[in-house]
Design a protein around this ligand. Structure first.
Ligand SMILES: Cc1ncc(COP(=O)(O)O)c(C=O)c1O
Length: 337
């Protein structure tokens, strides 16, 4: 079975398992897990940020960040397709009591001009605009990447309007590799960054939230309230350390394979628009002979799992567990349909 539904489906390989097996652990609620402490230090240093906190999921790191940066009744500016708004169970309202100001970006990416236009005036009738949240790469934008210049422009809008600036970087390393960028530039630009270890980097569990020392102290308290205080989770942190040291540069292979798959799809009469492939995600329109669900079933008959994300769109995500041989097989199956 070749699973292209998400990059979350990867299983730890021998190197990662060995690192997990050998991890020194302790009770992290007491701050005594050496592997978690090491992961948090490594991640913070990589981005040039003061501190970090290891959490079970990217939803938790995003939601903790939003809670750290806002008060109930505040407004959060984000793209209409963003994960924090669409796919975190209404968490912005549930956890932080905030409302959202949704922007129609370009494949999940919003601009500084749009952000500026969405900031509420100081007025008793209006919600207080507190936070701007970006997503890079943007999942529903087909793995699209921000131009870093635009991020700097948005940062300036945030600075001059006293707004906090958060990045949902669930797949930030995909953007960094694709655009040949430096993690520290992101650390400079944002007040907080969430990175996921359990997506392109191949870990079984885990995300890290980065920020200032004060913010992360607050985040630690909120994580406890959310029920995310973990004990001997250093076995999982060890997988994260392994991933940060071994699984980043190789993301370029996933990007290359995603492009090959998009290329093969572009030659088929049942494929309409394909979103530009910038990283490891391919989102394409299905037309003619099939509905998206029917095409997904056709692939399933050939032992390939993929997801119909709407009645007319399919998403394919390439990841660590898709080998060169599997990619060749996928290309052959696409040709045969
Ligand atoms: C862009 C983005 N942000 C956040 C998340 C949440 O991560 P998790 O599934 O670990 O909660 C996801 C998950 O797919 C995602 O794609």
């Amino acid at each position: 079975m070749i699973d292209l539904r998400s990059d979350t489906v990867t299983k730890p390989g021998p190197g990662m398992l060995e690192a997990m097996r050998n991890a020194p652990v302790g009770d992290d609620v007491f701050g005594e897990d050496p592997s978690i402490n090491q992961l948090e230090k490594l991640a913070a240093e990589r981005f040039g940020m003061e501190a970090a906190i290891f959490c079970p999921s990217g939803t938790m790191t995003n939601q903790i960040a939003i809670k750290c940066h806002t008060q109930p009744g505040d407004e959060v500016i984000c793209d209409n397709l963003s994960h924090v708004y669409r796919y975190e169970g209404g968490g912005i309202a549930f956890n932080s009591g905030c409302q959202v100001s949704l922007l129609q970006g370009d494949r999940g990416r919003i601009s500084a001009t749009q952000v500026l236009g969405a900031i509420n005036a100081v007025d008793d009738h209006k919600s207080h605009t507190a936070l701007v949240s970006l997503e890079n790469t943007a999942n529903r934008g087909g793995g699209s990447c921000y131009d870093f210049e635009e991020i700097l422009k948005i940062k300036e809008v945030c600075r001059s309007n006293r707004l906090k600036f958060h990045l949902d970087g669930a797949r930030l390393f995909n953007a960094i590799v694709a655009r040949k960028e430096e993690p520290k530039a992101y650390g400079d630009a944002f007040d907080s960054i969430s990175i996921c270890l359990s997506k392109g980097l191949g870990c079984p569990v885990g995300s890290v939230l980065l920020g200032t020392r004060d913010m992360i102290t607050k985040a630690r308290r909120i994580r406890k309230v959310f029920g995310g205080g973990m004990r001997q989770a250093g076995f999982l942190a060890a997988a994260g350390i392994y991933a940060l040291n071994n699984n980043i540069e190789r993301l370029a292979e996933d990007h290359k394979r995603a492009k090959q798959i998009a290329d093969a799809l572009s030659k088929k009469d049942f494929v309409g628009d394909i979103m530009p492939v910038e990283t490891n995600i391919v989102i394409f329109e299905v037309k003619g002979r099939f509905l998206a669900k029917q095409l997904a079933e056709k692939f399933a008959e050939q032992d390939i799992k993929l997801i119909a994300i709407t009645s007319t769109q399919i998403r394919i995500v390439v990841h660590l567990d898709i080998s060169e041989k599997m990619c060749t097989e996928i290309l052959q199956i696409i040709q045969s349909l």
